[in-house]
Design a binder for this molecule. Structure first.
Ligand code: FAD
Length: 269
């Protein structure tokens, strides 16, 4: 099997200690030679400066930062200014999103993809979001897939998915993409399980599912953190292997700014 493309997602830390610790995480994960490190963009533009600063830090050190971006909470001039800053610093990747904004902007990711192409031409590789278990606000799985195709056709290069733990959801989703003629690469999102409550909270917030059988195994180990971690690392590594065997072009890890869970899963893969 050819070596899969890897990418790692971070969020902008709120404190100076958090920023220093993220620099360590970045340095350690850089040894796995990922395509890019992406940095999330807070709902409603709440982390505009924090995201930009971390993106530029990463760009300076490893030259492969990806900036998440959404319209929410920004006016168009602010979005153009951010794009210009990123271009000036050699950033080559943007993850274009609607965002979970409460900023009152109802424009979709598709509109942002067009906006970026109009303003910045082909300077950026544009990644968009996809949902193997369907976006929570979608009218139906089919309409969600059709909107995914539209945002890819609007000029995105590929898609990164929400995390999921059910390989059958991925297979159904990829079948649907193929039937719609989607040809752009789709990279599955993987969330290592650091602790059971944390992953449940995250899943609920994102509309991702914890399959019942996985939930039962996590519950069984509620009082055994080491046993839980070993089980979870094996489980997630097994999912990664199934994804790669099913033809996934790479893996996008939600690292939560931590090194060990991602490194441990990758070592087992
Ligand atoms: P869209 O593609 O606009 O889709 C949103 C919903 O509208 C879907 O239900 C879709 O079916 C529907 N839709 C899409 N296009 C249209 C259209 N033209 N007309 C009508 N309906 C349409 N959130 C953040 O706040 N910050 C982040 O940094 C961030 N990073 C993420 C990274 C990844 C890889 C993923 C998978 C998600 C991320 N999110 C982030 C969450 C994401 O912003 C939310 O899920 C958001 O609600 C939808 O964003 P989207 O870009 O998928 O939106």
């Amino acid at each position: 099997m050819a070596s899969p493309a890897l990418s790692f997602e971070f969020f902008p830390p709120k404190t100076e200690d958090g920023r220093k610790s993220l620099q360590d995480t970045h340095r350690q994960l850089a040894t796995l030679a990922p395509d890019f490190f992406s940095v999330t963009y807070g709902a409603g533009g709440s982390t505009r400066d924090g995201t930009r600063d971390v993106v530029l830090d990463i760009q300076k050190v490893s030259g492969n930062a990806a900036a998440h971006l959404s319209f929410g909470g920004n006016d168009d001039d602010q979005v153009r200014a951010l794009l210009d800053t990123y271009r000036e610093h050699g950033v080559k990747h943007i993850v274009a999103l609607q965002g979970d904004a409460d900023g009152g902007d109802t424009r979709h990711a598709e509109d942002l993809v067009r906006f970026i192409r109009e303003h910045s031409g082909d300077n950026f590789k544009i990644h968009v979001a996809a949902y193997p278990e369907t976006h929570p606000r979608a009218e139906s799985p089919q309409s969600d897939l059709e909107f995914l195709r539209r945002k890819l056709d609007a000029g995105a290069d590929d898609a990164l998915t929400q995390f999921f733990y059910d390989i059958d959801a991925w297979r159904r989703f990829m079948d649907g993409c193929q039937k719609l003629g989607i040809r752009q690469p789709i990279r599955p999102g993987v969330m290592p399980i650091g602790d059971a409550d944390g992953v449940r909270r995250f899943a609920e917030r994102c509309g991702a599912k914890i399959p019942e059988s996985l939930g039962r195994e996590l519950d069984k180990r509620a009082d055994d953190p080491e046993g839980l971690r070993a089980f979870a690392d094996d489980f997630v590594a097994g999912l990664c292997r199934q994804l790669l065997e099913a033809g996934a072009c790479g893996l996008h890890f939600y690292t939560l700014n931590r090194t060990q869970p991602t490194l441990e899963v990758w070592r087992r893969v």
